[in-house]
Design a protein around this ligand. Structure first.
Ligand code: NAD
Length: 555
């Protein structure tokens, strides 16, 4: 059985790993000293909410202590915020891309300079280890730098061949859609808010942002940072409230929806966006797989597997939940993987002393416990973890490695979204690929082999939007010039790269037909001349012209 810390299994030392000390919520007012009350009040004033609004109290996962009472927006507030955003967007989109990109460039510098503030906030609101929180800071710096440098090129008009080459001058333009609605979950409060806000803004859009109520302070901090970086007031509006009212309300008022969350909610958002004929980018769940081939150095693969599986306590959309290991290296890999997992330092604290933090909510803990107990009930064996560590904080759960997991259990197919990995043996590359693809999801995958060519060839056979060879997820995620998105039940559309920027633009083709009125002293020689040949002649002339164009290899 999965256990509470009271009932340690043999081999558990019953305390925090490594050098970190036991965390005592009674003596450490973690949840209150990080932010001055007046700073919190200043941030909360950024929420578009009416006077006397109801409030949502968020709680610090490290302690369960309350963090802040966040005012809740009503549907009317959402409508008001959307109107303000729409008004501000006109002036914002009139600025040059260069000016808009300069704001992103300053965001890059500010987020690095102010990282310790936001790292505290991220840890406070999510309970993640500081090292996992830093990934969000690094991500924002990468995204801001990339789009600051590339937006002009990505948004530049494109010339294409006209219908009458030489006479039809065609340019394809990208316009901002107008107001982009961003609905974000709680697991990456900076990356999944600011990281999506930045490309939408540089494309000339205004943004109506609805962060998860649990992680609203981080989003409000990001809004403040953006204004300090030069974003005019009003271009980014933040509303807070539950998903079914305020989240769904956002969809009502915007020209594009960017939603990140579970597949179940994603389907509901897609349905209402479809009803409104508003395009939607959906970044949804996963059941990400890793393959460890027979030629690996097992310590290297195990180190990568530990990072890929337990970052953010496994509450990362791209983290690994299934590992297929070639039977020739299975025993050695399992020994190294379980050992390294047990060595992880689990704990609270606003410093870098822990490797893994807490789950973010009681609901997440309940899912994790349920999946593990269900698997154990069906015959799974625990090689590491499987323990709820309530001695460290209310929702801590030890990084867990399971083998002999039954295909009939929930853990086998469903996303756990926690620090739990199932390891399965395979006999060949083909069997590994088939097993990896045996899922409705297709978000991220990882392949480990000494032979880079073999890895790249296998990667092409895996059904997933991103595949990392000899890395878990950082290689694709950090390569912000490359699109990142899910296949199948993992979503529609992408973030990152030029394709990510293009999600919040709409296309316009402008064709200028020359010669209609004559030019250079010549009489009109536009398409009219062709049609004046008469319907018995011009189709034949045009047929010849089409043949000539093909012979001339015109595209
Ligand atoms: P969730 O779907 O329960 O909620 C996501 C957000 O949507 C929440 O803030 C929620 O309040 C809101 N919401 C709920 N109902 C809504 C509605 N009808 N309309 C609009 N918004 C609504 O997911 P969660 O548990 O908060 O987040 C974890 C999930 O997010 C996991 O499945 C994870 O894989 C996924 N995720 C995906 C990515 C990605 O890039 N693919 C990234 C991070 C997380």
């Amino acid at each position: 059985m999965s256990q509470d810390h009271e009932g340690q299994r043999p081999g558990h030392d019953g305390g925090q790993r490594g050098s970190a000390e036991l965390y005592d919520p009674e003596t450490d007012p973690l949840a209150t000293y990080v932010l001055e009350p007046e700073d919190v009040a200043t941030l909360l004033r950024r929420v578009v909410a009416s006077p006397g609004a109801q409030a949502h109290t968020s709680h610090a996962p490290f302690t369960g202590a309350p963090i802040a009472a966040v005012p809740l927006s009503t549907p009317d507030d959402v409508a008001r915020a959307a109107r303000s955003a729409r008004a501000a967007q006109r002036l914002w989109s009139a600025r040059s891309v260069r000016e808009r990109a300069a704001v992103l460039s300053r965001v890059h510098d500010l987020v690095l300079a102010r990282q310790s503030d936001v790292l505290d906030l991220l840890q406070l609101e999510t309970g993640k280890a500081r090292v996992s929180a830093f990934e969000e800071v690094a991500d924002i710096a990468l995204v801001a730098r990339h789009y600051a440098a590339r937006a002009r090129r990505y948004l530049a008009p494109r010339r294409v061949l006209g219908t009458v080459p030489g006479l039809t001058d065609v340019r394809v333009l990208r316009h901002p859609v107008g107001v982009v609605g961003i609905i974000a979950p709680w697991n990456f409060p900076l990356t999944l808010t600011l990281g999506d806000v930045l490309p939408a803004l540089v494309a000339g859009n205004a943004v109506l942002l609805r962060p998860d109520p649990q992680t609203a302070l981080t989003a409000l901090w990001a809004a403040e940072l953006l204004e300090d970086a030069g974003l005019p007031p009003g271009v980014l509006q933040v509303v807070v409230g539950d998903g079914p009212t305020v989240g769904a309300g956002v969809v009502e008022h915007v020209d594009h929806v960017s939603f990140t969350g579970s597949t179940r909610t994603g389907r509901a958002v897609a349905a209402s966006a479809g009803d409104k004929l508003v395009p939607a980018t959906l970044e949804l769940g996963g059941k990400n797989a890793m393959y460890v081939a027979d030629d690996v150095d097992v310590e290297t693969a195990a180190e990568g597997a530990v990072r890929a599986a337990f970052v953010g306590a496994g509450q990362v959309c791209v983290s690994i939940e299934r590992i297929y290991v070639h039977r020739d290296v299975r025993d050695d890999f399992l020994e190294a993987f379980a050992r390294r997992t047990r060595d992880l330092r689990l704990g609270a604290g606003l410093d870098y002393r822990s490797d893994v933090g807490s789950l973010t909510s009681a609901a997440q803990l309940a899912t994790v416990v349920e999946h593990v107990e269900d698997a154990i009930g069906l015959g799974a064996r625990v090689l590491a973890g499987g323990v709820h560590r309530s001695d460290l904080g209310p929702w801590f759960y030890e990084p867990t490695v399971l083998v002999d997991v039954s295909p009939h259990g929930r853990l086998f197919r469903e996303e756990t979204f926690g620090p739990v990995v199932a390891v399965y043996p395979v006999a060949s590359d083909d069997e590994a690929v088939a097993a990896m693809n045996d899922t409705e999801f297709g978000l991220n995958a990882s392949i480990w082999t000494r032979d880079a060519r073999r890895g790249a060839a296998l990667a092409r056979r895996v059904h997933a939007g991103t595949v990392n060879v000899n890395e878990g997820y950082v290689a694709t995620w950090g390569s912000v010039g490359a699109p990142q998105g899910g296949w199948g039940a993992s979503g529609i559309g992408v973030r990152h790269g030029r394709e990510g920027l293009w999600e919040t633009t709409r296309l316009q083709s402008v064709a200028v037909q020359h010669g209609a009125h004559g030019a250079l002293g010549l009489p009109p020689f536009g398409l009219r001349r062709l049609f004046e040949l008469g319907t018995d002649v011009w189709p034949q002339v045009y047929t010849e012209l089409l043949r000539v164009m093909k012979a001339a290899r015109l595209p």
